[in-house]
Design a protein around this ligand. Sequence first.
Ligand code: CUA
Length: 347
Amino acid sequence: MGRTIVAIVAAALALALGALPIVLALVAPGGLGGLAPADPASPSGEAINELYWFVFGICAVVFVAVEAALVLFVLRFRRRPATPVDAEGPQIHGNTRLEIIWTIIPSVILAVIAIVVLVRTPAVHATGGDRSDELVVRVEGHQFYWRYVYPDGQISLDTLVLPVDRAVKLELVSYDVNHSWWVHELTGKQDAIPGQMNELLLRPTKEGTYDGDCAELCGVLHAVMPTTVEVVSQEEYASRVERLSGQDQAGHAQLALGRQSWERTCAKCHGPAGEGDLGPPIAQNGTLVDAEALRTLLDDGLDTPGIEGYMPPVGRGWPAFQIEALIEYVRSNDDLAPPTQDGGGSG
Ligand code: CUA
C-alpha cells in the first residue's frame, strides 16, 4: 500500500514538472498565450507559423504515442502480487523485425521534416511578390536604441514606420556590440553586428502596431531596447516620413529629431530631465550645447580605465544635423539648457 502511495506521489510530481515549461510558455509573448508563434502579419510570419505547426504536429503525435506506450507497458507488465519480488522476467534476445521498424519510422519522420523545412525556409526570408518598388531602410543597433534611416535620409529612433503591402528590405548594422532585431509578428529575428550588414526581407500585409525587442544581450540596458513597427497605408507612410526630420527640414522638424534623440538616447541612462539615473546627472552641462565636444563624446563614449562610469559611443554614425537637432532641443528645454551669459535657457 505504502509503495502505491509513493508511486502516485512520484507520478504527480513528474506531471507537475512536465507541465512547468507549458506554464512558463503561457506567460511568454506569442499566439495561443505563448504556446505558438505570434499571429503573422507578413508572408514571412506565415511561413514561420506553418513550419512551427508542421513540426509541432509531428512532435505531438510522437509524444502521445510514446507516452501512451509507456503507460500501457507500465500497467501491462507490472509485477503481480503473486510474483516474488526477485523473480526474473522472460529473457528476450532481440527482435529483428521490431528493430527495423523502429529504425525506419524515425528516419522517415526526420527525412520528411528536413525536406519540408528546407523547401519552406526560403519563404521566411522573402518579401513574396513584386520587389520592383522595394523600400530599403537602414536599421542601426546602438547601445541602447534602434536608429532607422529612410531612403531620403529621414531618421526615426526606436519606432519604424512601414507602408503596408510593399516589399521592404531592412539593412541591419551595429555601431558597438551585437544586437538582434526581432518583431515577432512580422518576421524572424536577425542580428545587427559590427563590421557586417545583414538583411531582412519582409512585406507587411496588415496595418497595425507591432512590438519587437532586441533579442541579443547587449549590455546593461538591453531590456530597454524594444522597438515598435507601425504599419500604415501607403499614403500615410509618405506623409509620416515626410514629417520626420531630414537634413533640410525647417527648425520645427529639427526640434522633433532633437527631442527623439534626447528621449530615446540620452534620457534612457541620464533620466528624462538629465537628473541622473544609471548615468550621472547631465542637465545644464555645457557639453550638451558644444557641438564639437558633444560630437567627440557621442563618437567615442567614455571608457577611461581608472575612472568610474562607462558610456557607450551612443551617437556614432549620427550626421551633423542630428547633433545640431539635439543641441537645439537642449537649448529649448529649461531643465536641460545650461545657463547662458544673459541667464537661463532660451525657453
Ligand atoms: Cu541591443 Cu540587446
